[in-house]
Design a protein around this ligand. Sequence first.
Ligand code: CP
Ligand code: NVA
Length: 318
Amino acid sequence: MTSLLNKELAINLKGRDFIELADYTPEEVRYLIDLAIELKTKQKAGEIFHPLKGKTLGMIFEKSSTRTRVSFEVGMYQLGGHALFLSGNDLQIGRGETISDTAQVLSRYLDGIMIRTFAHRTIIELARGATVPVINGLTDLSHPCQVLADYQTVLEHKGRLEGLKIAYIGDGNNMVHSLMMGAAKLGMHMSVATPEGYEPDEETVRQTKENASETGSRIHVCYDPKEAIADADIVYTDVWASMGFEAEQKEREIAFANYQVNEELVKYAKSDYLFLHCLPAHRGEEVSEGVIDGKHSIIFDQAENRLHAQKAIMAAIM
Ligand code: CP
Ligand code: NVA
């Protein structure tokens, strides 16, 4: 079978960082999704595919993870390479070694670095210092690997992306930032509803709208969940208190009380809507059990696709 990684079909992304979807053209974003689907097909057919034989990915985690850690490690193994788990607390970075020195040293051993961290500037500094590709495994600002998997899942279920409407109800966090940028790149429409005081980052919204104008995508931000969810093809939510914001849990429960995605709210979406959630989820908070465990929910296909989407990223850039 001809592969999207073969010379005639490939888009050359070798050596690039994967930090923001904003850094990729619409064609490149779509290419990575199509490549993910191809690699998934190969995997399911039992085909051995080892383009990263002999290569090592370092994975720095400064926050917890189930999906990201396991899918990157398994993905690297399936591509013929090796992955190394590096806890932020155990690295010298935790004792004050600079990010720049860490980046330069790790680049002498590794062929790629994935990092999950708090401040987005940490990954920017790491990428500046590193001479190998750096992958964003989540920061306080964005989670682009998740979004590639999310839109791959939607494409598999709906057969198309362009023109679909996604509604996001909840916190204006890392997930919504990357979902908006992904929608803008893929020609999808997106409506976001958050409580006042929890809006998405203004600069990200501005940048997203600029990108949206190139693909005919429409991005809308408001405070009314019913307005946002009206006629949506995809309904998405995420936790009310992200990692690093646990101390605000109680006040957030009050602020977000009217923003739960439940049976009442989804009546306003299209009758064949899909429900997505990046996970981990809190049933009874941001989403009711009936919705997340109901027939519209595709959360486990979505979680599985983290593996395939990240294999596509690693195969393309490493
Ligand atoms: N969705 C996601 O990134 O999950 P983890 O926090 O478990 O990696
Ligand atoms: N917004 C969540 C996403 C977890 C995958 C967080 O940052 O905790």
